[in-house]
Design a protein around this ligand. Structure first.
Ligand SMILES: [Zn+2]
Length: 407
């Protein structure tokens, strides 16, 4: 009985999930569009421009999610996953190769769809609002590099996991958790030095007034910055950013060249103070602990599903590792929505905490003007819906941060 209604149950779950997401983003869109002009940040012209910008982005992202949802329903309704699986079995029965070919095909299809939508978002929307600095060549090369990195890292991980499953059977999940955590730790320690240079150029911050100011602040906090880099963010977009990465001795601070371009020396120093705040207040460790728990839940549930062959019927296929993985990806979505909500509520708290660190060890004013400057130049949404913020915002909205800084 349960097996017969299982495909219908999964489809119903998908429809509910999709409806919820679409409803929430529409709610956010309507709420933002109805807000009056906030004189202290935007000129009237910027206000209108920002509303139009939000509107165009909303339409494209809604279309993209409708297309991928429709594609998934088609695959389920017509048993396309099962067909692909039996077609690939003509070429190989090796479980590792089969999984690689199967995921490879899915990734290529998904990439082609997102390529189209991203291309439009960058070369039409971002271009018209003056944010795009990327060329078609850079965009295409980025996509190729991305595909290659995903193929190598993802391919190696999938091969290892399928092999572990064939060796360990039902106790597979614990080993999978350990393997995934090793990869997560490795990437958080080395992604800035290994992966980032594939896409961007990192140069040490040149000597001068800015470097002196940043180092003297760091010194006042007894903080040694191992590496302080400028990244050529302007190669793709005029939007600015900064981040802290690495664990222990590999800690690195990266400032976008666009950030240095837009902000005064004091404002960049306050941004650095904020980033150092993340490290000093152990936010990186907090997030790592959370990821560890998240991955534990993830692999444990996946291990349970792998033992239930009846789930393969949902995809009209023979039971196998890769079929179970796709079924799991579908079923895990609501769980991941809840986890995203939890993680984001924590990272928003970390942002307030890092701002507070910057205020107490430096000053509040430059942080405030830096945030306002970036918000007005980048036409950010000043009035997101509070429920949307709770689920999707990793950083608090501008006004909440400014209000907290003023206290
Ligand atoms: Zn931050």
């Amino acid at each position: 009985m349960f097996v017969e209604i299982l495909p219908a149950l999964v489809t119903a779950l998908l429809v509910v999930g999709f409806s919820f997401e679409t409803w929430l983003s529409t709610l956010n869109f309507r709420h933002s569009q109805a807000q009056p002009w906030k004189e202290e940040i935007f000129t009237l012209e910027q206000h209108q421009k920002s509303l139009n910008y939000q509107k165009e982005r909303f339409i494209v992202s809604t279309l993209a999610s409708i297309v991928s949802f429709a594609l998934l329903l088609t695959c389920l309704g017509f048993g396309l996953f099962g067909m692909l699986d039996s077609y690939l079995r003509n070429f190989t029965t090796n479980p590792i190769l089969l999984a690689l070919l199967f995921f490879g095909t899915c990734v290529v299809v998904l990439n082609l769809i997102s390529f189209g939508f991203n291309f439009y978002a960058v070369f039409s929307i971002e271009e018209r609002y003056g944010f795009n600095r990327s060329t078609v060549a850079t965009f295409v090369i980025d996509n190729l590099k991305n595909t290659l990195v995903t193929a190598i890292v993802g391919g190696a991980l999938v091969s290892l996991l399928v092999w572990l499953y064939s060796m360990l059977g039902s106790s597979f999940w614990f080993a999978a958790w350990a393997v995934i955590m090793v990869v997560v730790l490795f990437l958080s320690a080395f992604s800035t030095s290994l992966l980032l240079p594939i896409f961007n150029k990192l140069t040490p911050l040149p000597d001068g007034e800015l470097k002196d100011a940043l180092l003297s602040y760091a010194k006042s906090q007894g903080y040694s910055i191992n590496r302080l880099f400028v990244m050529d963010g302007s190669k793709r977009s005029s939007k600015a950013n900064a981040f802290f990465s690495g664990l222990g001795r590999s800690r690195t601070i990266v400032l976008f060249d666009t950030l240095i371009e837009k902000l005064s020396i004091e404002e960049v120093t306050s941004v650095l103070a904020h980033e150092i705040g993340h490290d000093k207040r152990k936010h990186t460790l907090g997030l790592l602990a959370l990821t560890t728990m998240q991955m534990f839940v993830f692999t444990f549930l996946f291990g349970l599903l792998l033992q239930r062959d009846e789930f393969a019927a949902v995809l009209s296929a023979e039971p196998s590792f890769h079929i179970a993985a796709i079924t799991f990806a579908i079923l895990y979505k609501p769980v991941s929505l809840v986890l995203t909500w939890l993680v984001n509520s924590l990272t928003r708290r970390f942002e307030f905490d890092a701002d507070q660190f910057a205020t107490s060890t430096y000053r509040a004013e430059p942080m405030k003007t830096a945030l306002e400057k970036m918000a007005s130049q980048e036409l950010v949404n000043l009035s997101p819906h509070p429920w949307y913020v709770k689920v999707h915002y990793s950083h608090p909205p501008l006004f909440e941060r400014v209000k907290a800084l003023s206290r």
